[in-house]
Design a protein around this ligand. Structure first.
Ligand code: FAD
Length: 509
């Protein structure tokens, strides 16, 4: 078919936070050998970046690989540590905790889903903990990390991991990467995005009077959405009825002796706190709902639970959970905080930036906006957000806590139909059937269901054909093999020292 539409020749990205530089790195890499497409990133030196966003999930590793970025170099330049999953403390009940690992749990047996087989063994005296079958959970429990070349042909071979990183340093790293691939950086504050018809942006004007035109704009200006909202009025779908936390207070601390290879998320009186160890410091924050506690109370709670000495001033960040009604409108795509926000309980924001970029590249437009591509992009992105939203709600709505008003509210909270269906389906069938491109695969759902004490009504009748005692013995052998392999691995801290220790922060660019 002959293409008659004119191609995009110039893309302007506004905003130099993680989202902006991820977009610049991705598109800069794609067009590095093209003389026809120019990419310019405009960032303000008056408006700072959000400066949080330190926990990631495994797709980040794939993205770095695709960009050809050396993992060790990235880790050393971003003060990163490894993350095998998340420990959720006090969510089901006080003094109770569970682990949500990356990777998979066990392997299917005679075509039966592993979870079903394990559930069958809970009817015997020889059952095991579900997490005994996760390499990531066992490594995390032992505070170990793995040496990949020593783990080939062991039960740890498929261990999945992500990183805890310094988001400001990650932005700088991606900036260098993008600039090396021809992305032009302009410093300036956008005052207006000019769109006479509220559909197409013709150009932006900077506070010093400069005008910048482009065929396509990417709005990475943070919560304000200077282009997508202030100029194009794309609208915002608010989900705070489902996820009421609307503020976070954050503070950084000196590291303590242990560097956990996982994120710690502890439920508190009106939300939850995070603890994210990096090589040079630890990030801490309390995500809360201000209808239940004040900012001062939140700050007191945060300071009451941090482990090391604070090294910066605490900061309160308000947010509103939801998604732009039209994340891509006309010739403008929004990314990062300008696109939407889901609380960082499962560390999904940076992933959503790269997922948006993947979708965008698959639907790359020509100069004339095409409604079909835009609608498909917006529909798929909404599905992604809804899937993550539902998974986040699951952590709250299954609580047994009644000790504060917030947790009592969670027990009665409204649920989206999509989540209700998933919970009912699991309860009846003991299974989860995800769509192909869903981020959270069954392991994630099983981990949270099990951690929160939600079990199916009965095992799937087909697994009754298996001998439960033999099955339990075989599962036990599998979990022992994982544990033996995990015990041979170094402590997380020692692994980092050996393989990817970063320089002291003042020596980094
Ligand atoms: P920002 O970092 O705010 O960058 C905005 C950029 O736009 C800046 O460069 C600014 O100078 C520029 N700008 C703004 N206005 C203008 C203008 N008028 N003209 C020119 N430039 C302008 N994500 C995770 O993946 N994991 C986490 O653990 C995590 N934790 C989080 C915790 C909290 C409390 C919050 C609020 C977010 C968290 N996130 C997390 C989300 C993550 O921080 C963001 O998705 C990520 O940093 C991307 O931010 P951004 O680039 O969209 O915006």
């Amino acid at each position: 078919m002959k293409v008659t539409q004119p191609f995009i020749q110039k893309i302007v990205i506004v905003g130099g936070g993680t989202a902006g530089w991820m977009a610049a790195a991705t598109l800069g890499n794609i067009f590095k050998d093209s003389k026809d497409v120019e990419i310019e990133l405009v960032e303000s030196d008056e408006i700072g970046i959000i400066g949080v966003g330190e926990a990631t999930i495994p797709p980040l590793i794939t993205i770095l690989e695709k960009l050809g970025i050396d993992l060790v170099d990235f880790i050393q330049n971003t003060q990163a540590t490894f993350k095998l999953g998340i420990e959720f403390a006090d969510w089901k009940a006080l003094q109770h905790s569970y682990f949500h690992p990356f990777g998979t749990l066990g392997a299917s047996i005679d075509g039966h889903d592993f979870y079903q087989c394990w559930f069958r063994t809970t009817q015997t005296d020889n059952t095991s903990e579900l997490m005994d079958h996760s390499p990531e959970a066992q490594l995390a429990k032992l505070n170990r990390f793995f040496v990949p070349h020593q783990c080939i042909n062991t039960p740890l071979a498929k261990t999945k991991f992500a990183l805890h990183l310094d988001s400001a340093l990650a932005g700088q790293y991606l900036r260098r990467f993008a600039e090396e691939r021809g992305v032009k950086r302009t410093v300036g504050t956008v005052e207006h995005a000019i769109s006479p018809n509220k559909q197409i942006i013709s150009h932006i004007t900077l506070s010093d009077g400069r005008k910048i035109s482009a065929d396509f704009f990417i709005d990475c200006t943070g919560f304000k959405g200077v282009l997508i909202e202030q100029s194009l009025n794309a609208g915002y779908e608010d989900w705070s009825d489902f996820l009421p936390c609307n503020k976070a207070v954050t503070v950084q601390t000196e590291n303590t002796d242990t560097i956990r290879p996982y994120t710690l998320a502890t439920a508190r009186e009106a939300g939850w706190t995070w603890n994210i160890p990096l090589q040079h410091r630890t990030g801490n924050g309390y995500v809360y709902c201000d209808k239940f506690i004040s900012d001062e109370q939140a700050m007191d709670t945060l300071f009451g639970c941090i482990e090391g000495k604070p090294i910066n001033q605490p900061r309160v960040i308000p947010f509103s959970t939801g998604l732009r009604k039209q994340p891509w409108k006309g010739n403008c795509l929004s990314l990062g905080l300008a696109q939407g926000f889901l609380e960082p309980l499962e560390s999904t924001a940076i992933h959503l930036v790269s997922r948006s970029l993947q979708l965008f590249v698959r639907m790359f437009p020509t100069k004339t906006p095409n409604g079909l591509l835009i609608d498909e992009f917006n529909r798929r992105l909404k599905q992604d957000y809804e899937e993550i939203r539902d998974f986040l709600i699951l952590h709250y709505c299954t609580t047994e806590r009644t000790d504060t008003e917030f947790w009592r509210w969670c027990q009665q909270m409204p649920l989206p139909e999509s989540l209700k269906n998933k919970i009912d389906f699991f309860s009846l069938s003991g299974g989860i059937i995800p769509s192909v491109e869903e981020l959270f695969q069954p392991t994630s759902w099983y981990s949270v269901f099990d951690g929160m004490g939600v079990r199916p009504q009965c095992a799937n009748p087909t697994v009754n054909a298996l001998d439960a005692d033999k099955l339990a013995l075989s599962l036990r052998a599998g979990s022992n093999a994982i544990r033996d392999a995990a015990l041979k691995q170094p402590e997380h801290k020692h692994f980092i020292r050996e393989y990817c220790q970063a320089e002291a922060p003042d020596k980094l660019m």
